[in-house]
Design a protein around this ligand. Structure first.
Ligand SMILES: [Zn+2]
Length: 426
């Protein structure tokens, strides 16, 4: 059976060349996700005959994967998924691996906000914003109140905000992980492929994210504009909001806009510059220092079109995240950008633990260095000298000792403009 282009485009991992480890099927056949042209057919033959085994480590290891089947809008699909809670069994470069929840900000959510379904490997997210446009006039989501307000903190635990969704997307697409064997960097086709693979496995409440999602990275492949317009038209008819992800650029006047929005993808929407400056003050400086910024936009299709056929969208909420330019790994500050760039240039393997909706007071490693032996080494930068920050540093170090062991690396950017040498790779 030939793999149709639609299936290929939606295949987990896409055409990324990253994390394509071989899988041994219960039929005895060994297939490789990104290379085998008959991958979908092989999974179809093996479906219902028992678990597959991921061969990401030694061949003797048994990391079982479930073979899943699902009816999607564009036909029947087959894929493999890990069983819930087994992400730590896989090697780091394997796309089935996952950080222990204690090492990401997702640990702050109440139980059930993010749940992995054992039957098909889908992740269900309890999303904070309504997805239907039936009741709402377009009113922008209220500006989140300060993180130290008890109500806001409680809300941050009970559901995922659009920022939580953006972090989940990046983590599931494994775009927070970098290894030198991934190549020179990630380009738009890789981003689109990896995000499509992640999007296919996420549901918000009961709605498949894929039915309302579009990524606007440029240059766009042929047909991308039509595919996006089909999603927008479908969402308008179904009175559903849409979720778009793309790169944010800043005009000379400092106005943020989505790269490729109007010209490549034919969508007309306006980002709220003041809102982005207030909520994400570190993003523009990261771009100014040679990083990039990514936005996730929740919007409604107004139904109006320009004479070029562009869709007008009304923005409900927009969240932003800084990333390192070549690897698209998230960074929270210009100091972190310096670290990520140095790690990339020195051909190191690293991972960025994501914060989700956890407040700044929740201790997380800034990065984990992954090529230093059995356990990762946490990397941390101190940017400020005030007492509260130092207090948090003490809390962080207690956590590091518990999660990672005694070895960790730190850069005190208040006393030294250059980071010290990283622990040697082994
Ligand atoms: Zn694996």
């Amino acid at each position: 059976m030939a793999v149709s282009s639609v299936e290929a485009a939606h295949r987990p991992g896409g055409d990324s060349g990253e994390g394509g480890f071989a899988v041994r099927l219960p039929t005895g056949r060994v297939v490789r996700e990104n290379d085998d042209v008959d991958y979908a057919g092989a999974l179809k033959d093996a479906y219902g005959k028992g678990p597959a085994v991921c061969l990401c480590k030694a061949f003797l290891d048994q990391r079982k994967l479930k073979i899943c089947r699902g009816d999607r809008e564009n036909g029947v699909k087959y894929w493999v998924a890990r069983y819930s809670g087994t992400g730590e069994e896989h090697t780091d470069g394997c796309r089935h691996s996952a950080l222990h929840p204690l090492r990401t900000g997702a640990r702050e959510y109440e139980a059930g906000v993010i749940s992995e379904r054992d039957d098909d490997g889908t992740v269900a997210l309890r999303f904070r914003l309504p997805l239907s446009t039936r009741k709402s006039a377009v009113t922008p989501a209220p500006m989140p109140s300060r993180k130290d307000s008890a109500d806001a903190a409680r809300e941050d635990r009970r559901s995922a905000s659009p920022l939580g969704l953006l972090h989940l997307l990046w983590e599931r697409a494994r775009l927070n992980v970098w290894e030198p064997q991934f190549g020179k960097g990630r380009f738009s086709g890789i981003l689109r492929g990896r995000l499509a693979g992640a999007v296919d496995r996420i549901v918000l409440g009961r709605t498949e994210l894929a039915a309302m999602f579009g990524s606007l990275f440029v240059p766009e492949p042929s047909g991308a504009r039509d595919a996006l317009h089909a999603v927008l038209g479908g969402a308008h008819t179904a009175r559903r909001r849409v979720i778009l992800v793309g790169e944010v650029l800043f005009s000379d006047a400092g106005e943020p806009y989505l790269a490729g929005g109007t010209r490549a993808y034919g969508v007309s929407l306006k980002l709220d510059a003041e809102r982005i400056r207030q909520r994400f003050p570190r993003v523009a400086p990261i771009v100014g220092h040679g990083g990039r910024a990514v936005a996730l936009v929740v919007a409604e299709v107004t139904g109006n079109r320009t004479h070029q056929g562009n869709h007008f969208l009304a923005v409900v909420d927009c969240v932003c995240m800084g990333v390192e330019r070549m690897t698209w790994t998230p960074v929270d500050s210009t100091y972190e950008l310096t670290i990520a760039r140095k790690l990339y240039e020195e051909h190191r393997s690293f991972r960025k633990p994501l914060r989700f909706d956890a407040g700044r007071d929740v201790a997380l490693a800034d990065f984990e260095l992954r090529d230093v032996g059995e356990r990762p080494v946490p990397l941390e930068v101190f940017g400020r000298e005030d007492g509260a920050y130092r207090g948090r540093a003490a809390q962080k170090h207690a956590l590091y000792d518990e999660l990672y062991g005694p070895l960790w690396w730190a850069w005190d950017a208040t006393t030294s403009t250059d980071p010290p040498a990283f622990p040697a790779a082994r």
